[in-house]
Design a protein around this ligand. Structure first.
Ligand code: GDP
Ligand code: MN
Length: 386
């Protein structure tokens, strides 16, 4: 879950990180009032879940309240990469002498948080990583030990930060690490962390991504969720209690259990990759798999136009295959998909489940016994349809 810039920076402030003392506006009139109250030069910043707002015209400097209002009129309602801007942040303009990049992210390979920082901030980190990888200082944190003071000093020294800034940089880095771990973040990024004309550090931009799996214990952050940047199908799945991630392939996968869902995806890729065929989604329908849930999942899978075949891979444990089979038929009659569906049922009451599917005599429903067979049939069905 992504936080907006203003949410990220207000969160940073709770951890002692200095930020510009701006406010959020949803209308040009509000932006005018905030700019007047702040006095002086302000920056009007689009609050939308996209990167590179600056380049897209979503960050504008205003010399006075009237200009702030005009910029807010331009930016509010603006479309940036398919998202409509509904709010702007009105910040007092910072006197930026230098832009530092500072971020903490999950390094899955290392199984540790990774601090990345550079004196060449401002630009996109991917670009920086590609063009000037040596300009980035990287330091892992042992999650059990936490960030150590000596690491802060080592990092400041390695990046070539002026000595006068080491102390404040250490405090900001410590605050950011605490914020990152207490918020269950996957990413906490300040870009730029500005060195101001007064020789102080200021977090001018902020980005935080929270691990969705930790949201159950982050009620305050969950309440701040803005879903406007997320795929419609993923929103609907979340509401239905189904774990669904949209991918680019043609085979819609309907599976119970996350591990089995991954295996199913791998198998479609194994047999389809040569022909450019693969999974259209990850989907874990969860336990139970009632007819309502199967129908909801089927609608979500089919809302993706790329889907040319649906592959059911259900392992009956507590979930009974005969119930799932009935659920599939109910869902089929309700949703009336025009693509073939390959069905593999194994485990509790599998024979009964397969009999129910067979007796229905629906040509679009293709039974398979093994996962290999199911994946091969799904790939063949996509090829036939093409
Ligand atoms: P992004 O494009 O979404 O990353 O938005 P940022 O908030 O990082 O702003 C982009 C760039 O605009 C920054 O890297 C700065 O160069 C510039 N900028 C943003 N706010 C200010 C400000 O208060 N003062 C000055 N001088 N430049 C700013
Ligand atoms: Mn930025």
């Amino acid at each position: 879950m992504k936080l907006h810039e203003f949410q990220s920076k207000f969160l940073f402030q709770d951890y002692g990180i200095p930020i510009p003392q701006g406010k959020v506006a949803a209308s040009p009139a509000e932006a005018y009032d905030i700019a007047r109250e702040l006095g002086g030069v302000v920056v009007i910043k689009a609050q939308a879940h996209v990167g590179g707002r600056g380049k897209a015209g979503g960050v504008k400097v205003a010399r006075n309240a009237d200009e702030a209002k005009r910029h807010a009129e331009d930016i509010l309602g603006m479309d940036i990469k398919g998202l409509t801007v509904e709010r702007v942040l009105v910040d007092p303009a910072a006197d930026i002498q230098q832009e530092i990049y500072l971020a903490i992210t999950n390094d899955r390979g290392a199984g540790k948080p990774l601090i990345m920082t550079s004196m060449e901030g401002g630009m996109d980190i991917e670009e920086l990583n590609r063009d000037r990888p040596d300009a980035i200082v990287r330091e892992h944190v042992d999650p059990l030990m936490g960030l150590q003071d000596f690491q802060k000093t080592n990092i400041a020294s390695a990046m070539g930060l002026p000595r006068a800034l080491w102390r404040s940089f250490g405090l900001i880095l410590g605050g950011l690490y605490q914020c990152y771990s207490e918020s269950d973040a996957e990413l906490a990024e300040i870009n730029p962390l500005a060195v101001t004309g007064a020789g102080e550090l200021l977090a001018v931009d902020g980005k935080v991504i929270i691990d969705d799996n930790a949201l159950f214990r982050q009620p305050a952050l969950t309440a701040a969720r803005d879903t406007s940047g997320e795929p419609e199908s993923e929103k609907r799945a979340r509401e239905a209690g189904i774990t669904y991630i949209k991918l680019d392939g043609q085979i819609g996968c309907m599976v119970n259990g996350a591990g089995l869902a991954m295996t199913t995806m791998d198998m479609t890729k194994l047999y389809g990759d040569d022909a450019g065929i693969g999974p259209a989604n990850f989907l874990d329908i969860g336990g139970g798999a009632s007819p309502e849930q199967v129908a909801a999942a089927l609608r979500i899978i089919l809302s993706d136009d790329n889907v040319k075949c649906v592959l059911f891979n259900i392992f009956g444990g507590i979930t009974r295959c005969d119930e799932v089979a009935n659920g599939i038929l109910t869902a089929y009659n309700e949703v009336k998909p025009d693509v073939p569906m390959v069905i593999r049922l194994q485990g509790t009451n599998a024979a009964e489940g397969n009999r129910i599917i067979g007796d229905a005599r629906i040509p679009k429903l293709i039974s398979a016994e093994t996962l290999t067979e199911a994946a091969q049939r799904a790939v063949a069905a996509v090829k036939e349809g093409a």
